[in-house]
Design a protein around this ligand. Sequence first.
Ligand SMILES: [Zn+2]
Ligand SMILES: [Zn+2]
Length: 162
Amino acid sequence: MILMTPTEPCPCGKKLSYHECCGPLHQGQAQAETAEQLMRSRYAAFCQGEVDYLLTTLHPSKRSESDQFSLQNTVENCQWLKLELLEIAAGSADDSAGFVEFVAYFKEKEIRALRERSRFLKENGVWFYVDGESKKPSPPGRNEPCWCGSGKKSKKCHGVII
Ligand SMILES: [Zn+2]
Ligand SMILES: [Zn+2]
């Protein structure tokens, strides 16, 4: 886990510094207004080890006693590399539900990709992550440009994702 300083770009992929983007959400100084913002801030929380934020933004009906342990374990063992949003359906400030489909690249032992269509609900003005449908990631082939944006072929850069 590599912690950001407030002026570094936010790990969620928005071209804003961490203290203008997901930082205030993690610190409880602001609230996500859209499902996309909650999605991005939860990804950034995985990067930053903000386990409390991950717990409070999980829908109360989905919480269990093992969450703290399993989230702590995830933030300690995974290095999150990049978030890509594929599709956003509803989830705007005027909606009460929304879906965000994403691919997140991370390194555990090898570099891997996680693709999920996540469901978000807004209750009493607060957005929550409810659950998600896992999908098969479609990583770039050996001769295609690497997902990291280096411009190199996948096989000469981060390699083929398993
Ligand atoms: Zn952010
Ligand atoms: Zn690469």
